[in-house]
Structures are given as C-alpha cells and as structure tokens.
Design a binder for this molecule. Structure first.
Ligand SMILES: [Zn+2]
Length: 179
C-alpha cells in the first residue's frame, strides 16, 4: 500500500497532502490506483488477511498494464498494513512535511478538532462522552515510510539545511546500495 504525491504541484502550505493512493498486486506486483481514501483505508485495514490483487478492481486483471509506476516522478510513502479503519465521523489525514523530511498522521474529530497523538485522542474521547464507545485502538498515528529515493533532489537542496541534506543524501546512497 502506498500513498504518493506528485512532485510538481504548487507548494503553498507547509504540509503537502497525499495526492493519490495505490496498492500493489501481490501476484503480478503492478501498482493499481485506489480511487478514494475510504476504499484505500478499507483495503489497508485487512491487508494481511486479504492481500490486494488486481482483480479486486472492477474490470481489471494482472494482464492489464499498471495504473502507475513506482518511480521518482512522485514522492512515495509505503504504508504499514492493517491500520484500523477511521471511526465514523472522524477523518484521518496523511501529510508530507514540505521539506520532505517525513509524513505526519493526524485525525480531525467530528467537532473539527485536530488530534495529533494517542494522548490527545484519549483526552478528546474523555471530554466527549458522545464518542466514549469508540475504541482508542481504532486510532493509529502510524506513518508511511518515506521512500527517500523518490524525494526530489531539488527539495533536498532548497528545503533542508545542509546537515539534514547530507543525512538525506547518505540515506539515499545506502538505499541504492541495498537495492
Ligand atoms: Zn496483478
């Protein structure tokens, strides 16, 4: 499962929203676009029990060309499997820091409050008895692994100070060696 964003959209805010969602077929390894976040969360929530395959998409089989290729034209994050589906009324957001250092996961509650940690969520549920039946385990702040090799080089130069840029360069080199 992956969340990816195009590298060429305008960057006005300090957080970059995820532009599209994709899942990899476990049989042919092609990437298939998943059209909605809800569907993506549904597939991801039980990925271990029900691995994704092409034919879960309507009119699609492993013989069809991939919807999208994994490459550096977009910045990719690889998600952990089996993250619980977002409880009704809440929304889960994944954003990439503008300096391409990491993803952040947060929730927006039915009251419009932004919640960024399990402790904050516990406090919110405690203060809002209407949501007391929502298990805290249904919230996950697990973030996708940022694929350094797909971070644009220009962002490394512009967005990070030199020590961070060096760290990134090193990570990219190591990745290339182990690939
Ligand atoms: Zn397939």
């Amino acid at each position: 499962m992956a969340a990816a964003r195009p590298t060429r959209t305008p960057m006005k805010s300090t957080r970059l929203p995820v532009g599209l969602y994709a899942a990899q077929c476990e049989e042919c390894f092609k990437w298939r676009l998943i059209s909605t976040q809800e569907e993506y969360e549904d597939i991801r929530s039980k990925l271990i029990e029900e691995p994704f395959t092409c034919h879960r998409k309507t009119d699609t089989s492993c013989k069809d060309p991939p919807d999208i290729e994994y490459n550096a034209t977009r910045t990719w994050g690889i998600d952990k499997p089996n993250i619980p589906k977002t409880p009704e009324g809440f929304t889960r957001h994944l954003v990439l820091r503008k300096n391409f250092s990491k993803f952040d996961a947060y929730y927006v509650t039915p009251t419009g409050k932004t919640v960024r940690s399990p402790t904050e969520m516990q406090a919110f549920i405690g203060a809002n008895p209407r949501h007391k039946d929502v298990p805290l385990t249904d919230f996950s702040f697990t973030i996708p692994r940022l694929m350094d090799e797909t971070v644009p080089e220009s962002s490394l130069k512009e967005g990070l100070d030199s020590s961070s840029a060096k760290r990134f360069k090193k990570a990219k080199d190591e990745f290339a060696h182990t690939d």
